[in-house]
Write a protein of this length. Structure first.
Length: 364
């Protein structure tokens, strides 16, 4: 009886989705082992991150969705406090101040915002679902703009754009008119010269290097060139695990985090890349299928937003290392090394499973 009671905590876990996630986690550990040149402490650290994330996933999958609605404003305010605290108490790494030292572990509040923004916006539109108008959309833009502007100043251009896009998808799904969208796009285009002037010099150079990586092959274009070489040299079947020359000879930068997909592509080739893309596709498909079945406004919006956040994170990382978009700090979900990013990604899946498991929110 005790065993049956214990197993009930797993009854809300979507088997198909968790199987796909586990495949990605295993692929990540295998690739990380090669990328770190079998660094045991790094692998143990990642196993701890995964274990902590899975604990949160299982715990949140058993939470009543009403709790998410009730605590959304509190979580949003708390995450803003954490984000502001980075400016005063955070420490700098790789030219950006993004982390808080909490003694036991380092926390990156900008990753936490990826969850709190969808929660807060979904709460807003759920609360005013019968009276959604321009005032509601304006409030939503303010809720979205505050953390995005703080993250942009850290500076963390990639994460701020990602969070802004995830917030926009909620606003769009909430019935934003085409006129308002066109007006926003026009305003953005008009303000581009000003936005360009606010970018740091290295960010401007990264964008310019996108169009011509050869303009500075040993500077801003170096990362992109080495990444493209690594992926291209993998060929059809790859060079084999731990036999990637770009990785093992340290030509490829940030192999355990932002450029881990390049390591994977070099060692497992086109076949391996197609395989991992198929896994990501089915994760996206399953989450969208869950969102379509939601009857409650809050549940439908939060599921769609979290799904979109995971999708755009995956797209940005793969497009970045393939030379399609400028280099930004964006880890590959469930694969890259990272504490906060790994735990946050698994938390997103746990929230989606919680919403899906509540029968009152699902269409028959």
């Amino acid at each position: 009886m005790e065993m049956i009671k214990y197993l009930k905590i797993f009854e809300n876990i979507d088997r198909f989705l968790i199987t796909l996630i586990l495949f990605l986690l295993i692929i990540g550990l295998i690739t990380l082992s090669s990328a770190s040149q079998q660094n045991i402490s790094l692998l143990v650290g990642q196993l701890i991150n995964i274990s902590l994330g899975i604990i949160f996933l299982v715990f949140l999958s058993n939470i009543n969705p009403k709790q998410f609605i009730f605590y959304a404003p509190h979580i949003y305010i708390f995450s803003l406090i954490l984000l502001i605290s980075v400016s005063f108490f955070g420490f700098e790494s790789h030219g950006a101040k993004r982390w808080l030292n909490l003694f036991i572990f380092n926390l990156q509040p900008s990753e936490v915002i990826k969850i709190t923004i969808p929660l807060m916006l979904a709460w807003l539109y759920n609360r005013f679902q019968n009276t959604i108008n321009y005032k509601t959309h304006t409030m939503a833009f303010f809720i979205l703009a505050i953390p995005c502007s703080i993250i942009f100043k850290q500076p963390d251009l990639g994460t701020s754009i990602l969070i802004f896009l995830s917030g926009l998808i909620i606003i769009f799904l909430s019935g934003l008119s085409i006129k308002f969208i066109l007006a926003s796009i026009s305003s953005f285009l008009v303000s581009m010269p000003y936005l360009w002037s606010t970018l740091h010099l290295y960010q401007q150079n990264r964008i310019l290097s996108l169009f011509d990586p050869g303009r500075d092959p040993f500077g801003t274009g170096y990362h992109s060139i080495q990444s493209i070489i690594a992926i291209g040299s993998g060929g059809l079947l790859g060079k084999g695990w731990s036999y990637g020359s770009q990785t093992q000879l340290n030509f490829l930068p940030e192999t355990t985090t932002d450029f881990i997909f390049s390591v994977y592509g070099e060692e497992f080739g086109l076949i391996g890349i197609i395989g991992i893309l198929i896994i990501y596709f089915f994760i996206l498909y399953r989450c969208i299928d869950m969102a379509k079945k939601m009857q409650n406004t809050f549940s439908r919006l939060i599921t769609a937003a979290l799904t979109f956040t995971l999708f755009i994170s995956t797209f940005v990382n793969i497009a970045m290392v393939s030379g399609v978009i400028p280099i930004v700090g964006a880890p590959l979900p469930f694969v890259s090394y990272g504490g906060t990013s790994m735990v946050v990604s698994l938390i997103m899946i746990g929230i989606i499973m919680s919403l899906h498991s509540n029968k009152s929110l699902i269409a028959n």
